[in-house]
Design a protein around this ligand. Structure first.
Ligand SMILES: *[C@@H]1O[C@H](CO)[C@@H](O)[C@H](O)[C@H]1NC(C)=O
Length: 125
């Protein structure tokens, strides 16, 4: 019985957090960015074809940017995440937005200075 109550509580908490995200109260979190972009990792490492889930993740990320702070946070997140993946091909990673038919406000390289990441004119907000 206690377990069921706990499960209900956890579910309610998860729903409350999700609702907060939908309302846009929370800024873009690294967890969210990671979740959207994880399907892109196989292409970045092995090449081949870009997974449709990867493209939809990129679209969601692009749609989620509300400020330059969001862009910088996502940049740092992607850079840190990419640095943790051995054999990642950065040139291939930076091809992905183009292959998905979209554009990104910055390129990801180990040397990218994320504090300079800002909205660019080519990006639809
Ligand atoms: C990154 O860019 C910011 C803003 O232009 C600058 O202040 C900072 O020194 C740069 N950091 C590095 C490591 O180049």
């Amino acid at each position: 019985m206690a377990n069921i109550k706990f499960a209900v509580l956890v579910t309610l908490l998860a729903l409350a957090l999700a609702a907060a995200n939908i309302r846009g109260d929370a800024t873009l979190t690294c967890e969210q960015v990671t979740e959207w972009l994880t399907p892109c990792i196989p292409y970045g490492v092995y090449g081949g074809t870009v997974a449709p889930e990867c493209c939809s993740g990129i679209y969601k990320l692009n749609a989620a940017y509300k400020s330059n702070d969001d862009i910088r946070a996502a940049c740092t997140c992607i850079q840190d995440g990419a640095a943790a993946i051995p054999l990642l091909d950065y040139d291939r990673i930076n091809e992905i937005p183009g292959l998905c038919g979209t554009s990104c406000p910055y390129k990801v390289y180990p040397s990218t200075n994320c504090s300079r990441c800002v909205f660019t004119v080519s990006m639809h907000v």
